[in-house]
Write a protein that binds this ligand. Structure first.
Ligand code: TTP
Ligand code: MG
Length: 390
């Protein structure tokens, strides 16, 4: 068996919410930031009929689909489902490359003796996902990553599409350029301005013209449009950083509120690091002002950490150095320079951090059992959390 398989969950965040609340099944469900400046993370397929989709302002989604059920995103819950999904895919093949929370590539070479053919394998993966997570996925299979990812999108939801060698040209010809992996709004807009609307048109475009607009990326665009891609599946692709940020509904100046928010962000980032058994050396704060001017400041720790308190103390220190003179629109915290966590490490850690690690472990196990809101710091509780969205 040769080729690459791409799995992508259907309406991931919304499907999880529908699964967990049967009243929502078959209803238009929209998940995302619910505040004035919120955006849609995703919409169930029922809601997509009304033209609602990812990255749309929430206000626009409400206008298009007033009867929709609007829910805030519960990232912690989706992260856990993602971990289960990746573990399941790893039981099918050692060559799995997660691409985002809800999608991954599998390299099929060498799997012949286990499955009849590609279709048999794809059906078994879809069935296993359904049995284990009670969610549907779409699968694409092709000779390379680019085509496999494109294929998984062709018959969503619950799709299964194989692009066989020789079929690429026919399938790609009339698809809009924005369907190409790596072609975002800006590139698609530029291409459309040049009169290149479909992948077929791009495949036969003049390289000199493309060079003028896209420089070094022109050749790559052309090859992809012709269905050519030689990128390998890189298993266990580790994230380079873990981050979280919030945008305030009303710009904030009160330092007490800012510190409480930074603490909440540090806790979210710490939790995510621990859930992927990772630690990091570099802590970064991002501050965006009312004027949209954005600054970041970083600090490197003497030893890597994933403890909320250590991350918080670092961002607090960074924030105090910034001394912002303008109202703040957005705050972000990230941890990078990740270092795979080994229990051994904590044996040598400072005594204080050992105590923190023990407390953190106890809190995490409660969060896992009873949901992430079971324990919150006193300072987080007294602050009204309504002035923000993810
Ligand atoms: P996608 O796989 O792009 O979307 P989806 O799974 O919701 O729907 P589809 O059936 O088309 O695959 O993204 C996975 C999740 O990532 C999605 O459920 C929500 C989140 N997400 C955002 O938060 N913002 C975004 O702009 C996008 C595209 C996704
Ligand atoms: Mg998806």
């Amino acid at each position: 068996m040769q080729g690459i398989l791409h799995v992508d969950m259907d309406a991931f965040f919304a499907a999880i919410e529908q699964r967990d609340n049967p009243d929502l099944r078959s209803k238009p469900v929209i998940v995302g930031g619910l505040g004035m400046r919120g955006v849609v993370a995703t919409a169930s397929y029922e809601a997509r009929k009304y033209g609602v989709g990812s990255a749309m302002p929430m206000a626009e989604a409400k206008r298009r689909c007033p009867q929709g059920v609007f829910l805030p995103a519960d990232h912690h819950k989706y992260q856990l489902e993602s971990i289960k999904l990746m573990a399941l895919l790893n039981s099918f093949s050692p060559l799995v490359e997660p691409l985002s929370l809800d999608e991954a590539f599998l390299d099929l070479s060498g799997m012949d003796w286990l499955y009849q053919d590609e279709v048999d394998l794809a059906r078994k993966i879809k069935q296993a996902i359904f049995n284990t997570l009670d969610l549907t996925a779409s699968v694409g299979i092709a000779v390379n990553k680019f085509l496999a990812k494109l294929a998984s999108d062709l018959q969503k939801p619950d799709g299964l599409v194989i692009i066989r060698p020789g079929e690429e040209e026919r399938i790609l010809a009339d698809l809009p350029v924005k369907k190409m992996w790596g072609v975002g709004k800006v590139t698609a807009g530029l291409l459309e301005q040049m009169g290149i609307m479909t992948i077929g048109q791009l495949a036969s475009a003049d390289i000199k013209l493309l060079n003028k607009h896209f420089g070094n990326s022109a050749q790559e665009l052309l090859l992809l449009a012709r269905g050519l891609d030689d990128r390998a599946v890189v298993p266990n692709h580790e994230p380079k950083s873990v981050s979280n940020e919030i945008t305030f509904e009303h710009d904030v100046t009160d330092e007490e509120i800012i510190l409480i928010e930074l603490q909440a962000l540090a806790e979210k980032v710490g939790w995510r690091l621990r859930s992927i058994n990772n630690t990091g050396y570099t802590i970064t704060i991002k501050v965006r002002f009312k004027t949209f001017q954005t600054i970041t400041r970083s600090i490197t720790l003497p030893e890597p950490s994933n403890l909320d308190e250590v991350i918080y103390q670092a961002v607090k220190q960074l924030f105090e150095k910034i001394k912002p003179a303008q109202p703040i629109r957005l705050l972000g915290v990230s941890v990078s320079n990740l270092n795979k966590y080994s229990k051994q490490l904590s044996l040598f850690a400072e005594k204080d951090n050992l105590r923190r690690a023990a407390v953190t472990e106890a809190v995490d196990s409660l969060k896992t059992k009873f949901g992430k809101n079971i324990i919150k710091r006193g300072s987080l509780l007294k602050y009204d959390l309504s002035n923000k969205h993810d």
